[in-house]
Design a protein around this ligand. Sequence first.
Ligand SMILES: Nc1ncnc2c1ncn2[C@@H]1O[C@H](COP(=O)(O)OP(=O)(O)OP(=O)(O)O)[C@@H](O)[C@H]1O
Ligand SMILES: [Mg+2]
Length: 255
Amino acid sequence: MAVVALASASGSPGVTTTALGLALLWPRPVMLVEADPTGGSGLLAGYFRGSRQYDAGLIELALTAGSLSDALADVAQPIEGTAVSFVAGTRSHTQNSALRDLWAPLAETLRELETTGQDVVVDAGRLGLQGSPGALLDAADLALLVSRTTLPHLSALRSWADAFQRPALDWHQSGVLLVGAGQPYSAREVTEVVSLPVLSSLPDDPDSAAVFSRGAQPPKRFEIGPLARALNAAIASIHSTITHRRNELLEGARS
Ligand SMILES: Nc1ncnc2c1ncn2[C@@H]1O[C@H](COP(=O)(O)OP(=O)(O)OP(=O)(O)O)[C@@H](O)[C@H]1O
Ligand SMILES: [Mg+2]
C-alpha cells in the first residue's frame, strides 16, 4: 500500500480514532503520524491515557540537522504488541510555525518508507487550520475526508470537497470515509451531494471507538464487533483503491 492521509472538514467526526483504528488493524507494519495542527498528542493523552511520556515527536524532526529518515526512525515510538509505530504531534499549536519547512521533506521521506515494507497513516486534523500539513495530504496515495452524515457535517464536507481533490497529482486519489452512515444520511445520499466518492463507512459504535480515543476498556467481542469489522473493510477498500490506480499508471506508462 503506501501513504494514506485522513482529515476532516468540520466538527471532530473521528479522524484520530479512525486513524489509530486503521493503524492497529493494518495488515503490514505501519507508521501513524500525528500531524494535526491543533497540537497535543491524541494518542498519548487518549489511547495511552497520559501513562506514556512525550519523548519526541514532529518538532524534533523539524529541528534535526541530519538525515530525516534517520531522525524519523529515532522519533517513531512503537506500540507494544503491534506492528504500529507512531510519531507524536507537537505539544502545542504554538510550535506549528517551526513545522512549516518540515512538511515537504517529511512527505518525501514518508513516501520512501514503503520500500522498507512500512505503510503510513497520517492524521492531518481539520482542514484550513493554520499549519495544516498540506504537503502530507498531497503526498498521500489516498487522502480521505472523514465526516459524519448530519447536515452540518455534509455542508462543510461539500464546501471542502473540491479543494480537497488534486487532479494534477496523478498518483493521488481522494474520497470520503463516513462515520455513522445512516445517521441520518446514507452513503448513497452523501455521494449524490458531494463531489467525492464515499470509499467506506464506519458504524457509530461509541463503546468501541472509546477504546481508541480514550483508552477505554474494550467492550465484549470488541475484536469482532461492528467497528473492527468496518475498519477491516475500510482497509480492504483503501488497498484496492490504491492498487487499482497504480496498475492504471503502470499500464499508462507501458502503452
Ligand atoms: N466510529 C465511531 N463511533 C462512535 N464514536 C466515535 C467513532 N469514531 C470516533 N468517535 C468518537 O468521536 C469523538 C471524537 O473522536 P476523535 O477525537 O477521533 O475526532 P477527531 O475528528 O480527531 O476530532 P478533532 O478534530 O477534535 O481532533 C470521540 O469521543 C470518539 O470516541
Ligand atoms: Mg483528532
